[in-house]
Design a binder for this molecule. Structure first.
Ligand SMILES: [Zn+2]
Length: 387
């Protein structure tokens, strides 16, 4: 490493302090200067200076005062909701959703486009229309959550076997239509980021986020950071083997977890068991299975398979918390006690005792919210300095 000159060191330190305080105000605000001083062991003067800078830049604003016994009231601070807006895009298997948020992550506008085909060009067209229709002025950036493996590099490339996408240069295709800063990531990871920052994963340093829908995936947060692997494909939990040589999976292998607990498999196994399945789409079909007393056996099995999958996450990653979400995961919510029981039977005792297994808190639509946090994460890490 190069030796830093005194001035560079100061500048780097100042930027680091800006990142620390800005992140704290974004994730846990409103907070007072006193709170920040106590939390980070910085001097009062350092906190006051950095906050003054952030306020000058319009990033931080006052958010009322807290009466304190005898002393002066403490002024509360927060990240300014109006500093910029961000756009989150959810590219699912059935629709594209584009949503605009302010910096308090309050939704401001939304556009949905059902997917009539899975051609990447159709998807890109919908995303562009969506961005044009929701974007106001001063957009910080666009985050895109997409099914499949998102290989980060100069420009992100998407491999999505279930969409029939093989090395689709999605970032390059999107860039042709917009000048806004773009960030792409796997949809399960963006969903997990939303649950980690604002939902059932809040405050956990080590967590596993299990997404169960048509497909099944997981995102791992290890020591506060998203675990990605060599090319960002880590977390393909749905395609870990549950039953060697078992049911055929959409990925081409056999016996994957997804082939037992994914929505398609729940429906297929119900039909095989003679359960009547009703409804025009997977969501209503899964709901009809859940409501049918004749499906009790299939559902007990599903809970057991899911519990075994959760046990694998616990044994591999030793999380404090496992958060189960996705529309099918939420629909299976009433089976959570059985899922826990199965996980208890399959996991090592000690790590199981240290992990709680919870249902997600943000509902089914958090992929776009999580995607919108990608440009925010960049801003926070840069201490509010925009590139
Ligand atoms: Zn598979």
């Amino acid at each position: 490493m190069d030796v830093l000159s005194g001035r560079t060191t100061n500048r780097a330190l100042r930027r680091q302090n800006r990142a620390t305080l800005l992140s704290a105000l974004f994730l846990d605000g409103p907070l007072s200067r006193q709170d920040l001083t106590a939390r980070y062991g910085l001097s009062q003067a350092a906190v006051s200076n950095v906050i003054a800078d952030l306020m000058d830049d319009g990033l931080v604003v006052e958010a009322g005062a807290l009466e304190s016994d005898g002393g002066r009231p403490r002024i509360l601070l927060r990240v300014s909701p109006d500093y910029a807006s961000v756009i989150g895009v959810d590219v699912g298997e059935t629709r594209v959703r584009v949503e605009l948020f302010d910096l308090a992550m309050t939704p401001l506008a939304k556009a949905d486009y059902p997917l009539e085909d899975l051609d990447p060009r159709s998807v890109v067209r919908h995303v562009r229309h969506g961005i044009e229709s929701v974007a106001g002025g001063n957009v910080l950036g666009v985050g895109v959550g997409v099914s499949g493996l998102v290989e980060q590099g100069d420009q992100a490339v998407v491999h999505a076997q279930t969409l029939g996408w093989d090395a689709v240069p999605l970032e390059r295709m999107l860039r042709e239509g917009t000048d806004l800063p773009l960030h792409l990531d796997n949809g399960a990871k963006t969903w997990a980021q939303a649950e980690h920052w604002f939902g059932a994963g809040r405050g956990a340093r080590h967590a596993a986020f299990a997404l169960v829908g048509s497909g099944v995936g997981a995102a791992i947060v290890a020591d506060g950071q998203s675990y990605r692997g060599a090319s960002s494909s880590a977390g393909e939990w749905g395609h870990t083997t549950l039953v060697y040589g078992g049911r055929a999976c959409r990925c081409g292998a056999r016996g994957c977890l997804e082939a037992y607990v994914g929505a398609e498999s729940i429906i297929a196994r119900a039909l095989e068991a003679g359960v009547r399945v009703e409804g025009p789409d997977e969501e209503t079909q899964v709901a009809s299975v859940l409501a049918d007393p004749a499906a009790a056996g299939v559902l007990a099995e599903t809970a057991a398979y899911l519990g075994a999958g959760v046990a694998n996450l616990i044994n591999l990653f030793n999380p404090e918390r496992v958060v189960i979400g996705g529309w099918a995961g939420i629909a299976l919510g009433p089976l959570l006690p059985q899922v826990r029981e199965a996980a208890a039977a399959q996991a090592m005792r000690r790590p199981f005792a240290q992990a709680s297994i919870e249902l997600c808190a943000l509902g089914t639509d958090a992929v776009a919210l999580g995607a919108a946090t990608l440009p925010v994460a960049r801003l926070l890490a840069a201490g509010g300095v925009r590139d």
